[in-house]
Design a protein around this ligand. Structure first.
Ligand SMILES: Cc1cc2nc3c(=O)[nH]c(=O)nc-3n(C[C@H](O)[C@H](O)[C@H](O)COP(=O)(O)OP(=O)(O)OC[C@H]3O[C@@H](n4cnc5c(N)ncnc54)[C@H](O)[C@@H]3O)c2cc1C
Length: 482
């Protein structure tokens, strides 16, 4: 499909999802002069931060006919980054001393993040653009060579809608469709299995022997949460045992819990209830909790295979945002994971909004394809698996990428990506205090880091609040309050 002419400056744009990505996309699109309709299947804004005690009936979320529960947030969840660097640039995530119901901590609970997103929606009047309880069920180009898009939706009352837009921005989130570990023998293993998507509280695991697979943020939090009530928690994680220092650091981190044990990955599960790890140890377990991540899924997209998901690579996408053959009419905000998410949503949204208005030009379809093909080839030559295509990080802190040379590491560096996108839309890239604060935060992995009264980033906090003064929304405090 040919790219649309650049002369059109204001477009009618559909945004799918009113989570952190969709909200800021709506703001940036409006600022650029577009008219925006946001489709949101839940009753309120906030996306995955809208906690619900409800879980899916199938705790592994395999059944295609199950009722999908969007949120993967567990009751005890607190942010894994300090609020200052986690929030949007132009709407700082500061405390609300005027409101007693708010959580003033630097690593606040999930409810505080949801309320921050509600404040954002109110401040920028995004609520008025949202069709709540309306699920997008199909998105497709209006016709061959047409520059329009058809969006079909279904309200919670079963009313179907069909609208035509100039462009569609997909912000449907990617933490709802579980990825499961493959465990030989699991079909006849008699215990209970659950994915972290359906984990809320430790109570069902009281006095049980539990195996937790994975030790990323959720795996770490959930294993400790369960350890408060379970008899034993056995963590199975490849990355932990590959390097002695990782294992030692993690043992130290969980030293408060005498009932947490660390193992290699699972070798096999048996009919008698035992689970054998690759280190040769075995336990009789009551439950296995898969903290093994999520898959991208766009069940509503009909693009004639211009957009595909293969081994968790959403292809073909130019800079994780535009499918060359359908750009700029179709775009995706928020696909890269492990990055400073809200900051990334904000700059990607600015880029999309200004490309749609014609203020910024994309390269030709061929040039974009060339760029993506070269990117995929480089990933392959560095031995980075397809499923890590959208993995952006700070390579120096990610054990798996530490061995990359600087020019190779730039491929997956979140900062390189932020700088590139910011440059496209002529906005400031990430500030040094935000980078430093993030770097300090992700190195902290002991048990109490969220409540540490440490002064290692006091100077950065001062800088952050000086920066925030430029974007002071109504009713927020102008100095940092612990
Ligand atoms: C357990 C967990 C903890 C996390 N903790 C942190 C943290 O501490 N800090 C951090 O920065 N990031 C964290 N993240 C990352 C998280 O991805 C981002 O913070 C961010 O909130 C994701 O926003 P999103 O808008 O991309 O997706 P979501 O928040 O998932 O929003 C997507 C929205 O789209 C809607 N939607 C989906 N499909 C449709 C459809 N067909 N029609 C209409 N609406 C639809 C959904 O209802 C939802 O409201 C965490 C992720 C998880 C899973």
């Amino acid at each position: 499909m040919a790219p649309p002419p650049n002369s059109i400056s204001s477009r009618h744009v559909a945004v799918i999802g009113a989570g952190a990505a969709g909200l800021v996309a709506a703001r940036e699109l409006c600022r650029e002069g577009h008219t925006v309709t946001v489709f949101e299947r839940q009753k309120q804004v906030g996306g995955l931060w809208v906690y619900t005690p409800n879980v899916e009936t199938d705790l592994l979320s395999i059944d295609p006919d199950r009722n999908i529960v969007h949120s993967s947030v567990y009751q005890s969840l607190r942010t894994n980054l300090p609020r200052e660097c986690m929030g949007y640039c132009e709407f700082p995530f500061v405390t609300r001393p005027d409101d007693d119901s708010r959580d003033p901590r630097r690593y606040p609970d999930h409810r505080e993040v949801m309320m921050y997103l509600q404040d954002f929606a109110k401040e920028f009047k995004i609520d008025e653009m949202i069709r709540f309880q309306t699920e997008v069920v199909r998105v497709e180009p209006a016709a061959e060579n047409s520059l329009k898009w058809i969006v079909q939706s279904k309200s919670s009352r079963g009313v179907f809608g069909k609208d035509i837009f100039d462009a569609v921005v997909v912000c449907n989130g990617h933490f709802t469709e579980p990825r499961l570990a493959h465990i030989p023998g699991i079909d006849t293993w008699p215990g209970k299995q659950i994915h972290s998507h359906n984990y809320r509280v430790p109570d069902p695991f009281k006095d049980q022997v539990v195996v937790v697979i994975g030790n990323q943020s959720s795996g770490r939090d959930i294993s400790k949460d369960i350890a408060t009530l379970a008899k034993e928690v056995h963590i199975a994680a490849k990355s932990l045992m590959q390097k002695k220092e990782s294992a030692d650091a993690y043992k130290k981190e969980s030293s408060r819990y005498s009932n947490i044990h660390i193992h290699q990955t699972i070798d096999r599960a048996y009919e008698d209830g035992s689970v054998v790890f690759q280190d040769g140890e075995a336990v009789f377990a009551d439950a296995i909790v898969h903290c093994t991540g999520y898959k991208y899924r766009f069940p509503f997209l009909e693009t004639n295979d211009y957009v595909t998901v293969e081994d968790n690579r959403v292809g073909t996408l130019y800079k994780h945002v535009f499918p060359p053959a359908l750009a700029p009419g179709l775009s995706f905000i928020g696909l890269p994971s492990m990055a400073l998410q809200f900051f990334m949503f904000e700059i990607q949204s600015k880029w999309v909004a200004s490309v749609l208005s014609g203020r910024i030009k994309l390269p030709s379809e061929d040039k974009m394809m060339e760029d993506v093909t070269a990117f995929y080839a480089k990933l392959k030559s560095l031995g980075i698996p397809k499923r890590f295509t959208h993995f952006l990080t700070d390579p120096q802190f990610t054990p798996m990428f530490k061995k990359l040379k600087p020019h190779e590491a730039s491929l997956i560096s979140q900062y390189e990506y932020f700088n590139w996108v910011s440059e496209q839309c002529g906005c400031s890239s990430i500030g040094p205090w935000r980078v430093e604060q993030y770097n300090i935060a992700i190195k902290k992995n002991d048990d109490t880091y969220r409540d540490d009264e440490c002064d290692d980033d006091d100077q950065l906090l001062e800088e952050a609040y000086r920066d925030f003064a430029k974007f002071k929304p109504s009713k927020v405090c102008s100095t940092h309050c612990h």
